[in-house]
Write a protein that binds this ligand. Structure first.
Ligand code: HEC
Ligand code: HEC
Length: 111
């Protein structure tokens, strides 16, 4: 959380928070793709915790794994069901990703 704020790498928009905090994942799930266009600093107003249970279990830890990062589900489509949940939750952040030019939402690789 501290590193991503202090890094010299550009982070104009909120999408950098995607793999740093469950609060942003929740924000994306509530607001939809518009959340990706929020300025980085503005999103921070609603971020209180780092990565957490929600990232891999939604609000039901103890009942298996849940992919909460919608872009991964969208990118994998039906193939998501072929990957064990334990693996899929890691791939929510540990995956090669792209930002769509319009609104910089996270997206699958260009085909
Ligand atoms: C990075 C992803 C990730 C995060 C974050 C995470 N978990 Fe899990 N959790 C897993 C995985 C993967 C398993 C399944 C392990 C297995 O089946 O071998 C698991 C298993 C569990 C289980 C055992 C029952 C079950 O559902 O399989 C509980 C209980 C649990 N987690 C609670 C929590 C709580 C509480 C938090 C937050 C403090 C948390 N987890 C955060 C990935 C995560
Ligand atoms: C919400 C995003 C997110 C999820 C989900 C996630 N990670 Fe990570 N992971 C990160 C980030 C960000 C770092 C880098 C942390 C740092 O450098 O301080 C990291 C670092 C790591 C590292 C250390 C890599 C290194 O070179 O130091 C390992 C190993 C790792 N993750 C494994 C996992 C596994 C296994 C899972 C699934 C159980 C998982 N991660 C799920 C975001 C995530």
């Amino acid at each position: 959380m501290e590193d991503v704020q202090a890094t010299g790498r550009p982070h104009k928009l909120a999408n950098c928070w995607t793999c740093k905090t469950a609060d942003y994942t929740h924000m994306v799930n509530e607001m939809g793709d518009e959340a990706y266009s929020i300025p980085f600093e503005d999103a921070l107003q609603n971020i209180n915790e780092s990565m957490g249970c929600y990232n891999c279990h939604a609000n039901t830890p103890g009942e298996g794994n849940t992919v909460t990062h919608i872009y991964l589900a969208n990118a994998m489509g039906e193939d998501l069901g072929k990957v064990p949940g334990q693996t899929a939750v890691c791939a929510q952040c540990h995956v090669e990703y792209y930002f769509a030019p319009d609104g910089t939402r996270k997206t699958a690789p260009p085909t």
